[in-house]
Design a protein around this ligand. Structure first.
Ligand SMILES: [Zn+2]
Length: 338
């Protein structure tokens, strides 16, 4: 029994899938869904699979699309007139009001093919305030047979007014055995356990990390992070190199190291580390630092993460982070002596 839709459905999606299909069967599908959960769980993939199912004229009882009808065909070739995806023009940029307004103005909310119309907005938190306000109007006056699917790994960034008008579907981190099994079948090389740890349990992210490039980049960054701490390399030079990398990932690595150091400081045997392979080095750095300084560094990284996508100067941002990091030992020392 091979079902085309099933191929796209990830093992940890099944419960959510059944729940939503049951709601659909009972005519209780809401006008707007908010798919929330960590990055790397395949939320967008789920949204697409669910849309496909809605477009199919004869899905099976699990909701899996038939793969042969007109709706399936149009969807599979990426040409379904009632499937609209709204994304930033460029990754990391905002979703602007014109796009959202265009939805309403062009009568895009009425169906073309006579069935469901599905609008996926991803990442929904990329909508700027004007865009969100415009969307709010459409959410306040739902159109029958139109389903909005907002996808985000940062639901807290959406206005509460939007969140309250969507039915929230939370994607949990899958059970370890399930994630390991899936990842094992996906990657040619690499240690699934380490990759999952690095990805905080998010399987798709772990698979992305398996690309050797990224792991090599992380290893080099970890060396430089350590060298900056020991005063062996110029933080400004390091910032110049990191500027060319993917900034969210850079900040994510830094946050992971800092959190691990905090964990290592709080107990002799910390339960889980994001970076188990770096334990000795993280341990040795953590020893020279006090909690307040580590928390302060972590706050800086989080602050930097919040400004992502704004017009901030990336190089300056990294320089200030790395300079603060290079001075963290001194900062801790001064604190302890006073
Ligand atoms: Zn079909």
């Amino acid at each position: 029994m091979s079902m085309p839709g099933e191929a796209k459905l990830l093992p940890w999606h099944r419960d959510i899938w059944s729940r939503l299909q049951a709601a659909r069967g009972a005519g209780r599908l809401p006008h707007a869904l908010l798919l929330a959960g960590a990055g790397g769980l395949g939320k967008r993939q789920f949204a697409d699979a669910f849309a496909h199912s809605l477009f199919c004229a004869s899905p099976d009882e699990s909701g899996a699309p038939c793969g042969h009808c007109r709706g399936c065909h149009l969807f599979q070739v990426g040409n379904h007139p009632d499937f609209i995806c709204i994304e930033p023009e460029e990754a990391g940029k905002a979703i602007k009001i014109d796009v959202i307004r265009g939805l309403v103005d062009k009568g895009a909310l009425t169906t073309q093919a006579g069935g469901y119309r599905v609008i996926v907005i991803e990442p929904a938190d990329a909508m700027n305030t004007a865009a969100a306000n415009s969307l709010l109007k459409t959410l306040e006056e739902p159109v029958p047979w139109t389903l909005m699917i907002l996808v985000t790994s940062r639901p807290g960034r959406l206005p509460a007014t939007i969140r309250s008008r969507c039915q929230r579907v939370t994607f949990p981190i899958p059970p370890r055995h399930q994630a390991m099994e899936w990842l094992g079948g996906q990657i040619g090389q690499g240690d699934p356990q380490l990759l999952l740890a690095l990805a905080s349990g998010a399987p798709l992210q772990a698979r992305a990390l398996a690309q050797a490039e990224i792991l090599k980049e992380r290893a080099l960054m970890a060396d430089e992070f350590y060298a900056a701490f020991k005063g062996e390399q110029d933080p400004v030079a390091i910032a110049g190199r990191w500027e060319k990398l993917d900034l969210p990932r850079v900040l994510n690595w830094m946050a992971g190291w800092l959190i691990d150091m905090l964990r290592l400081k709080s107990g002799a045997q910390p339960p889980v580390l994001y970076n188990p392979d770096q334990r000795p080095r993280l341990q040795s750095m953590a020893q020279g630092l006090d909690f307040k300084v580590l928390h302060g560094m972590l706050d800086r990284v989080y602050d930097a993460n919040r400004t992502l996508g704004s017009q901030l100067n990336t190089l300056m941002l990294l320089e200030s982070l790395l300079l603060a990091w290079a001075n963290s030992k001194t900062a801790s020392g001064v604190r302890e002596n006073t």
